[in-house]
Design a protein around this ligand. Structure first.
Ligand code: PGA
Length: 254
């Protein structure tokens, strides 16, 4: 996949089926241009994947993502979601390593590496989340922290595999707090991530990877954040639950 500008909604554990359906209707029926180099992705709760997939079936540039999947193909893992299940629904993306999964469900870098592998083996593109907590930012060691996440979950991949991965940088202190990283802080980290990728895979590969920013993105700050040269769009929680907000965020893509 060449480098795309991406607006990704992350509904998290919100909305009923009816509310989700209505929200999708409102967003996909509002006028907005999705150009060749842009994607819109809705990461919806698992029970709504099929509804959402059907709704966007004929919409060019619009995709549905799962919010998680398991690292095993199938078997006795009650409550988990397999890549085979996602394949059978036609789902092409999955969010992996969100800080909420890391924090509440103890997902480690090495466990995430296994999930990344099974996704790529089954033609599902991971949206891999990374990002530091406040204490790390305060001690100014965020680069080392994020580099370790990338190394332990992604750098075993071949270049061809890595090209299928979307990276989302989400500083934990900015998620759901209303506290956005400044566009300079976002650019600084995104440039660092791209340089780190380039050190391992070379410039061409690094320049082909989409790196999204996440953490209190909203209509009012999307244009400025997305205008940074190494920011290729956003992974959006709260503001993706409001149709007008998310449409404005889509329109803010470069
Ligand atoms: P937020 O969430 O936009 O509500 O801060 C972003 C995310 O967690 O993906």
């Amino acid at each position: 996949m060449s480098r795309k500008q991406i607006a990704a909604a992350n509904w998290k554990m919100n909305l009923t089926l009816q509310q989700g359906e209505q929200l999708l209707n409102e967003i996909i029926n509002k006028p907005h241009e999705i150009s060749e180099n842009q994607l819109v992705i809705f990461s919806v709760p698992a029970p709504y994947l099929q509804m959402a997939q059907q709704k966007i079936a004929d919409k060019k540039g619009v995709f549905i993502a799962a919010q998680n999947c398991f690292n095993k193909k199938n078997g006795a893992y009650t409550g988990e979601i397999s890549v085979e299940m996602l394949n059978s629904l036609g789902i092409q993306f999955v969010v992996l390593g969100h800080s909420e999964r890391r924090e509440y469900f103890n997902e480690s870098n090495s466990f995430l590496a296994e999930k990344i592998n099974i996704c790529l083996e089954n033609n599902i593109q991971p949206i891999f989340c990374c990002g530091e907590p406040l204490s790390v930012r305060e001690s100014n060691t965020q680069n080392e922290y994020v580099a370790k996440q990338l190394k332990e979950s992604l750098y075993h991949l071949s270049a061809d595999q890595l090209l299928k991965v979307v990276i989302a940088y989400e500083p934990i202190w900015a998620i759901g707090t209303g506290k956005t990283a400044t566009s300079d802080q976002a650019q600084e980290m995104h440039a660092f991530i791209r340089k780190d990728l380039a050190n391992v895979y070379g410039n061409d590969i690094a320049n082909s990877i989409s790196i999204l920013y996440g953490g209190s993105v909203k209509a009012a700050n999307a244009v400025e954040i997305f205008s940074q040269p190494d920011v290729d769009g956003g992974l959006v929680g709260g503001a993706s639950l409001i149709a007008d907000e998310f449409v404005a965020i889509i329109n803010a893509l470069q």
